[in-house]
Design a protein around this ligand. Structure first.
Ligand code: F6P
Length: 324
């Protein structure tokens, strides 16, 4: 193996640049040439790739976003596009591909492997929703950004003695809501994985106020309900309160990656290169008990479901359970 390539796909995530840097530097350490594919799988099909140099990744470890740009490209499910991608890679004499993205991106990597082209996945998504791995690149940064915003909102919430419903991202997963909610001391955390009763949420908020709190925070995962809808319904249960809703939206995908995201991204980027050189394919890297581990794409994605940290969710219920 003399040449490999790397691409980022799906929603960008802070730490992707750290992973790209590690792929290039580890590749060079092993005497490889590393190509960057621009604009994800779409760019791959269109032949949008070029040789990376140290200058491309210099200073990038601390930047959010992805220097390779990203794209959502569902058309990659089509066999003709997968074959075209392999043609583009072979034209440049590239022998292996590293895909940084979510589980949809891993399916793309798997389809190439099934057609005989070795590809390895690295989990890059703020949602932390990939089965198998405990952690995805960008999650810690997104939670940090969300928490910072929630803390700021709590200042104004306290001044006006308001209840704020704050919608966070996560697609179908409640991980960002749980972590940001526990860290913010939220009165309630609403996630798609757990059913909830609006009157019970209202009861918890009222009990908090009766116990002396001057504001309340409800952290709502986008996969559970849209914030406007939630606020409209919630207001009917607490007509005495001033309630506001806010969706944090894409600011959660921006900003400098945290140290945790940079370290895991760097470890997984380097390991992905080592795996390609060992002749592995059809696998992705993840984190298990704080260490980089290897997961089989078919085994893990098709047979497992992502699980949220139920223990943290329950902990928050216990900490806000006031019988007043
Ligand atoms: O997967 C990352 C994510 O930010 C999700 O949390 C969110 O639902 C989605 O992407 C938003 O996608 P887009 O940026 O394409 O609107």
């Amino acid at each position: 193996m003399k040449r490999i390539a790397v691409l980022t796909s799906g929603g960008d995530a802070p730490g992707m640049n750290a992973a790209i840097r590690a792929v290039l530097n580890q590749g060079m350490h092993h005497g490889l040439e590393v190509y960057g594919v621009y604009h994800g799988f779409q760019g791959l099909v269109e032949g949008d790739l070029r040789l990376l140099t140290v200058n491309d990744v210099h200073h990038q470890i601390k930047l959010g976003g992805t220097l390779l740009h990203s794209a959502r490209y569902p058309e990659f499910k089509e066999r003709k596009n997968q074959e075209r991608a392999i043609e583009q890679l072979k034209k440049q004499k590239i022998d292996g591909l590293i895909v940084i993205g979510g589980d949809g991106s891993f399916q793309g990597a798997l389809s190439l492997t099934k057609l005989g082209f070795p590809a390895i996945g690295i989990p890059g998504t703020i949602d932390n929703d990939i089965p198998g791995t405990e952690y995805t690149i960008g999650f810690d940064s997104a939670v940090t950004v969300a928490l910072d915003a929630i803390d700021k909102i709590s200042d104004t919430a306290a001044s006006h003695e308001r209840t704020f419903v704050i919608e966070v991202m996560g697609r179908h997963a409640g991980d960002i809501a749980i972590w940001a909610g526990v860290a913010a001391g939220a009165d309630a955390i609403i996630i798609p994985e757990e059913s909830f009763d609006m009157e019970q949420v209202a009861y918890t908020v009222r009990a908090g106020r009766r116990s002396g709190k001057d504001y309340s925070l409800i952290i709502l995962a986008e996969g559970a309900m849209a914030v406007d809808e939630f606020v409209a319904e919630f207001k009917e249960h607490v007509p005495e309160q001033s309630v506001r809703g806010v969706a944090l939206s894409h600011i959660q995908r921006g900003g400098a990656p945290t140290a945790r995201d940079r370290v895991f991204a760097t470890s997984m980027g380097a390991k992905a290169v080592d795996l390609l050189l060992e002749g592995q394919a059809g696998v992705y890297l993840g984190i298990n008990e704080e260490r980089v581990s290897i997961f089989d794409i078919v085994e893990t994605l098709e047979k497992n479901e992502h699980k949220v940290r139920e223990d943290l969710y329950k902990l928050n219920l216990e900490l806000t359970d006031r019988d007043l």
